[in-house]
Each structure stands twice: as structure tokens, then as C-alpha cells.
Design a protein around this ligand. Structure first.
Ligand SMILES: *[C@@H]1O[C@H](CO)[C@@H](O)[C@H](O)[C@H]1NC(C)=O
Ligand SMILES: *[C@@H]1O[C@H](CO)[C@@H](O)[C@H](O)[C@H]1NC(C)=O
Ligand SMILES: *[C@@H]1O[C@H](CO)[C@@H](O)[C@H](O)[C@H]1NC(C)=O
Ligand SMILES: *[C@@H]1O[C@H](CO)[C@@H](O)[C@H](O)[C@H]1NC(C)=O
Ligand SMILES: *[C@@H]1O[C@H](CO)[C@@H](O)[C@H](O)[C@H]1NC(C)=O
Length: 473
């Protein structure tokens, strides 16, 4: 009897597990479709490409390295990229006075000089982890993306597995919060600026507000809010989500979304809806920076602490200050009618003055550049942070001193559960994605606990072991 019950129980577990895998897979596919096409996805690929061609050049050097390592002659710590983000089979990288050997070649896991294992969050798969983890294996996580790309990393049991972090959080060891902002100068630039008189004249053809998004129904539930907003004020929507306006034929092509011609179209609008796909502290993307660069006023929803990052305290309309889309619409209309009120929000730009010293300092002090060949990119900076920390500890040990300990805090990667807006019961366009985020987030907490338990056990495990633990309760 018990046996039969047991079998049924396991079959149920398997079915549930299969369902969630399916859902996870769907999410991954959707993400791939939308997010990867965009600017940052492209620039990550560019980085990879850049690195790959670089490693071709140093291919000979890499071979020599394999030989020298195999002869046990070398003294350089090995940084093993467990996710093949860089595509480099082997490169001796210099970080100031220190050098480390960076590789994606997993055979180095068992090499005594392998001191750190580097992970890319989106690619972190539970079915192949570098386990057993040796006492001297430092784990480092690079994860600049939205939580929806791997929810299970956003919980204390998983994030604290790592020694070093580079995430969008300003609390991480290498904060990437400003990853979508090339520099301060581009914010104050007037390259795309359209004067308010011209914008008023264009209002005959255009709405006051524009929305461009093709990743529909993400965890932030932005499309529900915007659909409600559209009841009170016209919005021109060019993307796939809530689409109501076509692009001119000459720019009607997804790749033009990041094109200067398209920016000129956007710059004609007084307001640009800048809604992030997730609502977490410090999770700020080009959605905020783009309107600021173009000289339009962002209507922002996303990071609750966005004011820490705005160029001035009057440069964006913050959605959460309004009790309802109706109230927001009322305010937008008021600004649309009153040029001097509207221009207060562009005063900082016309004066070329960024008063937020927190933003100025963060950009000036970051050790990496965005689309800037004269500077390291953020992956180089991450590699060097880990390399330098490993070397510092090697030197301490040589002097007979105690090593410095590094540990990720839960603040390094965190985001509250996704919330849906409640002012509508049913959305006009039914979306399976919309109802999925919350259960998916809740399940990710269990996944995080299961993963932690298995990693702490420090014996290799199968995907089956993992799912069994996740669905144990
Ligand atoms: C990985 O490294 C080993 C030496 O540890 C070498 O023999 C092997 O060819 C490398 N594989 C690749 C794909 O570079
Ligand atoms: C906004 O900034 C201006 C000038 O930098 C300052 O005088 C003003 O007090 C600030 N207002 C608020 C609400 O912080
Ligand atoms: C327009 O806005 C300004 C504030 O910038 C305010 O002083 C003025 O009274 C407004 N005008 C009207 C007609 O509401
Ligand atoms: C890295 O983290 C592990 C697990 O928390 C810890 O045992 C180890 O001491 C840490 N290493 C350093 C150098 O901080
Ligand atoms: C765990 O990994 C070791 C070495 O890679 C292997 O020999 C062993 O068979 C694995 N055990 C399981 C249960 O997969």
C-alpha cells in the first residue's frame, strides 16, 4: 500500500517537475526572443566576439600555457570561467601588477592553481556545478541582468554561495548599476533635442506620450498599467506590446530600434514611458537613460530608488508618486499644456548641469567603460577584481598572515516578489506570462534552498536529486 502510494507520489512529483521545467523553458525562450536582441545583448556578444578574436591571436600563447601548466612550472593563479562567457581557451591577463590565467577549459577544475571559478548568472545551470568545491575555490558571480533571467539567484541561500559579486546592485563588490550609461556628457548632449515649440506643433500628428516595448507582460506588469493609462491619455505605442502605431516604412525594422533615425522620432515626443521589466532597487536600464539623452521626459517605473541615479531632482516623472494611472494622466496633461512647467524638467539638460553628485561620482569612479574602446569593459573589470583579490591573499599567506575573507551578502542580489497591478481584474489581451511570474518566483525560493543544501553537501548531484528536493514538501 505504502509502496503504491510512494510510486504515485513520485509520478506526481515528476509531472509537476516536468511542468515547471516546461514553464521555465518557455520563459527562457521568451527572454531569448526579446531581451537578447537589444542593445546590451548585442554589446555582450560584441564583447565575446572581441574576446574570441583576441584569444585566436593568443592561441599559441594558450598552447604554451597548457604545456607549462602541465609541467607544473607556473605560478599564476587560474581563474576558471565555468560559463563560457568569454570564449577564451586560455589567456594570461594582466591586472595592474598581477597576472592570472583566464580560461573556460573545465579540465582546469582539478588543477592545484585554480583559485577561482567565475559564473555568469544567466547561464548558471544546476546540472553541472564545479562540485566538490575545494576549500580554496573562490566562487565569483557576474550577473548584470534582470531577475527574470534566473530568479533562484536572488535569494539569500544562493547569493551567499559566492565570494565575489558583480551585479546591478550598488551593494555588490563591483556595482554595475550604471551599465547602460556611456557617460555624463551624453546625458547633457543636445544632439537629439527638440525645442518645446516644435514639440507643440508636432502634437497635431503625435501623442504627447510614447511607448516602445516588445517584451510584453514581464514581471513588473507594466503593460497592465500602461493599458489603463491609455484610457485617460493617448499614447503612441510602436512596439509589439499595446501596439497602435506603425513606424515610418524607412525605419520599420526591429534593428532600427537602436538607430539614430528612430531616436529622432522618439525625441519629438514630450514624454517617454520608461517602465523596467522588473522592480528592484538599482535595476536601471537604458529605458531611463534614453529619454534623458534624447531630451524627452521619462515617465519612470522600476527601481524604487531611481532618485539616487537621476541627473537632477526634477528630471523624471516618478509613476509611484501617483495613486492611479488616472492621476498620472492628469499631471501629464497639465504639463503638456504648460510649457514653463514642462521645461522645468529639462532645465538641467539645457543648463548642462547634473546636480546629483552620487551619479557623477559613480560614473567618474567606475573602473570600466560602456562601448568605449579606451577603457576596460565590465567583464575585464570583474576578472581583474577577482584576480587581484586572489593575489592579495597569496601575498598574505606568503607572509604567514591570515587570508582576507570575501563573502557575498544577500543585498548583493535581491528583488522582491513581482506584483501585479490590481486596478484591472482581466487584461484585454490574455497572457499566460503575466500569471506566471509570481508562482515562478515563489518556486525559485524552494529552488534556492534545494541548491544550497546540495552545494553544502559538497557531493556531485543530478538534476533529479535537485527536483526531488524542490518538490519534497
Ligand atoms: C584544455 O586543457 C587541457 C590541459 O589541461 C588541454 O590538454 C586541452 O587541449 C584543453 N582543451 C581545449 C579545448 O583547449
Ligand atoms: C532639488 O535641487 C535643487 C537644486 O539642486 C535644490 O535647491 C532643491 O532643494 C532640491 N529639491 C528637493 C525636493 O530635493
Ligand atoms: C504653469 O506652470 C507654472 C510653474 O512652472 C506656474 O507657475 C503657472 O501658474 C502655470 N500656468 C498655468 C496657466 O497653470
Ligand atoms: C569563499 O566562500 C567559501 C564559502 O562561503 C568560504 O568557505 C571561503 O573561506 C571563502 N574564501 C575566501 C577567500 O573568502
Ligand atoms: C561524481 O564525480 C566524480 C568525479 O567527477 C565521479 O567519479 C562520480 O562518479 C560522480 N558521482 C556521481 C554520483 O555522479
Amino acid at each position: 500500500m505504502i509502496r503504491i502510494w510512494g510510486t504515485k507520489f513520485w509520478i506526481t512529483c515528476l509531472i509537476v517537475a516536468f511542468f515547471f521545467l516546461l514553464v521555465t523553458f518557455q520563459v527562457v525562450v521568451e527572454l531569448g526572443r526579446f531581451e537578447k536582441q537589444k542593445k546590451k545583448g548585442v554589446s555582450l556578444q560584441d564583447l565575446q566576439h572581441q574576446k574570441q578574436s583576441h584569444s585566436l591571436l593568443t592561441g599559441l600563447q594558450a598552447n604554451l600555457f597548457h604545456k607549462r601548466f602541465d609541467n607544473g612550472l607556473d605560478k599564476y593563479p587560474i581563474m576558471l570561467w565555468w560559463s563560457p562567457l568569454t570564449g577564451e581557451s586560455g589567456r594570461l591577463g594582466r591586472c595592474g601588477d598581477n597576472s592570472c590565467f583566464f580560461t573556460i577549459n573545465r579540465t582546469y577544475l582539478h588543477h592545484p592553481m585554480t583559485k577561482a571559478v567565475l559564473f555568469y548568472g544567466t547561464d548558471l545551470n544546476i546540472d553541472s556545478l564545479p562540485i566538490p568545491r575545494k576549500r580554496y575555490h573562490e566562487w565569483a558571480l557576474f550577473h548584470e541582468e534582470s531577475p527574470k533571467n534566473n530568479y533562484k539567484l536572488f535569494h539569500p541561500p544562493t547569493i551567499t554561495l559566492f565570494n565575489h559579486t558583480a551585479t546591478f546592485s550598488q551593494h555588490s563588490h563591483l556595482p554595475l548599476t550604471s551599465q547602460y550609461l556611456e557617460g555624463l556628457q551624453i546625458l547633457t548632449s543636445l544632439d537629439y533635442f527638440v525645442a518645446v515649440g516644435k514639440k507643440n506643433a508636432l502634437r497635431k500628428k503625435l501623442a504627447a506620450v510614447v511607448y516602445v516595448q516588445s517584451d510584453c507582460d514581464p514581471p513588473s506588469d507594466r503593460d497592465t498599467y500602461i493599458q489603463e493609462l491609455m484610457k485617460y491619455i493617448p499614447v503612441d505605442s510602436y512596439g509589439e506590446c499595446l501596439h497602435n502605431r506603425g513606424l515610418p516604412p524607412e525605419v520599420n525594422n526591429p534593428s532600427f530600434m537602436d538607430h539614430a533615425q528612430f531616436y529622432h522620432i522618439l525625441a519629438q515626443y514630450k514624454f517617454i514611458l520608461a517602465f523596467e521589466n522588473a522592480v528592484c532597487e538599482d535595476y536601471i536600464t537604458e529605458k531611463l537613460w534614453r529619454p534623458l539623452k534624447l531630451g524627452s521626459v521619462p515617465i519612470y517605473y522600476g527601481a524604487p530608488n531611481v532618485e539616487d541615479w537621476l541627473p537632477s531632482n526634477k528630471s523624471a516623472i516618478i509613476v509611484t508618486r501617483f495613486s492611479h494611472p488616472r492621476e498620472l494622466a492628469r499631471y501629464i496633461k497639465q504639463m503638456d499644456k504648460n510649457d514653463s512647467l514642462y521645461m522645468e524638467f529639462l532645465d538641467w539638460k539645457l543648463k548642462g548641469h547634473i546636480s546629483n553628485m552620487h551619479l557623477v561620482t559613480a560614473i567618474k569612479e567606475r573602473k570600466w567603460g560602456v562601448q568605449d574602446v579606451t577603457q576596460d569593459n565590465y567583464i575585464d573589470a570583474f576578472e581583474c577584481m577577482v584576480c587581484t583579490r586572489v593575489w592579495d591573499n597569496i601575498r598574505l599567506t606568503e607572509k604567514g598572515l591570515k587570508e582576507k575573507q570575501w563573502k557575498a551578502e544577500m543585498t548583493h542580489l535581491t528583488c522582491p516578489a513581482p506584483e501585479s497591478f490590481t486596478f484591472v481584474q482581466e487584461r484585454a489581451s490574455k497572457s499566460s506570462m503575466r500569471d506566471m511570474w509570481k508562482p515562478s518566483f515563489e518556486q525559485s525560493k524552494k529552488e534556492a534552498q534545494a541548491l544550497r543544501l546540495l552545494v553544502d553537501r559538497n557531493k556531485n548531484f543530478t538534476t533529479q536529486d535537485f527536483w526531488n528536493l524542490v518538490f519534497k514538501h
